[in-house]
Ligand binder design. Structure first.
Ligand code: HEC
Length: 485
């Protein structure tokens, strides 16, 4: 069943969803934050140091079910529902948490930090402790018979065609998975949320989604280029985010993020490597490359610095590469550089570069390099001799494969995470999947330092004589070596 919910999310909250207080309490226990942005502090009893509670979430010591345990020398008492509130009154439990005093007013072990909680946070946490580890204690989106994923798509507005295509692809893939059988008795349900092609709506829709508390993880979905707010929001909720469709993954992303597509920067590096091998005058003269970029776009800065570093990895002099900003007025020096360059790497959107090319007719004699999904095939066709990179075999067709791969990846994680389904176990399971294959891309695996699955892409040549794009290789990855500083 594909449930389509547009507009008022809260109206759609059904019996499966949990009330706001319980969600708040659960979030404090498992994540150390109530996701409202109001910081909870944890003070270490021995040193008095204060940290954000996100670094000392209760779950770290007390486990997902509040079961008793042993951490080295320290024994952790069981605090799950039947245990804790049978032994203590609600107010004495709060006192342990906030002041570290037990019901005989003695200080408990300094191994447990002291937390500052507002009244509402304290109530919510108590409420959650009253069901911790019981059958009622299910993660958001999980019931005995279903697990709900959510996807954010532009179903209306200027990107609606793309959004709707992805929606039907995802529906097909989910239906296929459900036909293969239940996973620990649960079927997959995908809730599709329309963000109306607007980046502001994307964050607003994310907030409503989280508040509704009925999504176990985010799956695929279309994320606009400038997605820092989207990232920051979901990062602090620690909700698993699987294969959001973007070429602009957050650098050093948290371990709740699983990006599949290669970043623009990693595509650009692979293309640069390819060009260096491809040059007919290879090994005779030093290469000379000019990067023309749009400094107004944050992403292009990541790409230009990645290119500069790749030149170092290739042990070429820094002067191999120079940069021209589209915003700058070209002086005699830049004009000379353009004349001397063998190739031009365009890092900007097509519209931004058109005037630049029109003013520099000699550019058509050079080899053009570019990111096909950034500039588009129509732009590429303005060139005579050019090399392009894309992770997709044909422009954008592969995106559908990536969306379905996100579903398969989630299923693989669910199978490992087990019947007692928890976001924390699921995240761990996804990170432990040994290698995962997406159609036409190299298999990948995630770890603490690797949050983006694929690097590089396929190179195509635009041939102005035959008027065709010709894919010239299997997937290539950029050269990776340590850079000496
Ligand atoms: C760094 C590890 C750690 C973290 C984080 C932690 N605790 Fe504890 N907690 C302990 C230890 C150890 C004890 C046992 C102290 C003792 O008995 O002297 C304890 C005791 C307790 C007790 C008293 C249990 C009883 O039987 O009297 C409660 C309640 C409790 N923790 C709740 C929480 C909550 C809620 C959080 C998060 C807001 C939390 N703890 C975070 C380690 C931790």
């Amino acid at each position: 069943m594909l449930l389509l919910i547009i507009g008022n999310w809260m109206a759609a909250v059904d019996a499966h969803s949990q009330d706001a207080e319980l969600l708040l309490g659960r979030s404090i226990y498992h994540k150390g934050t109530d996701a409202s942005g109001s910081l909870i502090r944890a003070q270490l009893a021995l040193t008095g140091q204060v940290f954000p509670a996100t670094e000392f979430a209760c779950v770290n010591c007390h486990g997902v079910d509040g079961e008793a345990g042993q951490e080295g020398e320290v024994s952790i008492p069981a605090i799950n529902a039947p245990q804790l509130l049978a032994r203590n009154s609600a107010s004495s439990v709060l006192k342990v948490i906030t002041q570290g005093l037990n019901n005989r007013q003695q200080a408990i072990s300094p191994a447990m930090p002291r937390y500052t909680l507002s009244r509402a946070q304290g109530q919510a946490l108590l409420r959650y402790l009253s069901i911790l580890g019981s059958a009622e204690d299910l993660d958001p989106g999980v019931t005995d018979s279903e697990v709900h994923f959510a996807t954010l798509l532009p179903l209306t507005g200027k990107l609606s065609a793309r959004g709707q295509a992805l929606q039907s692809t995802l529906a097909t893939c989910i239906a296929r998975v459900n036909r293969q059988g239940l996973i620990y008795g649960r079927k997959l349900v995908l809730d599709v949320i329309d963000y109306q092609s607007s980046p502001e709506q994307l964050v607003a829709a994310s907030k409503r989604l989280l508040l509704a508390g009925r999504s176990f993880a985010l799956l695929s979905g279309d994320v606009p280029e400038d997605n820092v707010k989207f990232y920051t929001f979901w990062e602090q909720t620690r909700t698993p985010v699987i294969a959001p469709l973007t070429f602009n993954p957050q650098p050093h992303a948290a371990d709740s993020f699983f990006y599949f597509l290669p970043s623009w920067a990693d595509q650009a590096r692979a293309l640069l490597d390819y060009w260096l091998d491809y040059r007919p005058q290879a090994r005779r003269t030093l290469p000379k490359l000019i990067v023309v970029y749009d400094e107004r776009i944050n992403t292009t800065k990541l790409v230009t610095s990645a290119l500069a570093q790749q030149i170092q990895r290739q042990h070429l002099p820094k002067s191999t590469i120079s940069f021209i900003s589209l915003a700058a007025k070209l002086g005699a020096g830049e004009q000379q550089e353009l004349t001397n360059a063998e190739a031009i790497f365009f890092v900007a959107e097509a519209d931004a570069i058109k005037t630049f090319i029109a003013q520099q007719p000699e550019l058509s004699e050079k080899i053009w390099l570019g990111l096909l999904d950034m500039l588009g095939p129509n732009f590429a066709k303005l060139s005579r001799n050019s090399l392009w990179i894309s992770p997709f075999l044909e422009n954008h067709v592969g995106e559908q494969d990536v969306a379905c791969a996100a579903v398969d990846f989630a299923v693989a994680g669910l199978k490992v995470a087990g019947k007692h389904l928890r976001q924390a176990h699921f995240l761990k399971a996804l990170t432990q999947l040994e290698s995962f294959a997406v159609k036409s891309m190299p298999a990948f695996k995630f770890d603490a330092n690797q949050r983006v699955g694929a690097r590089g892409g396929f190179i195509s040549i635009w041939d102005a004589t035959t008027l065709t794009f010709r894919q010239v290789n299997d997937w290539i990855m950029p050269l990776e070596t340590e850079i000496k500083r």
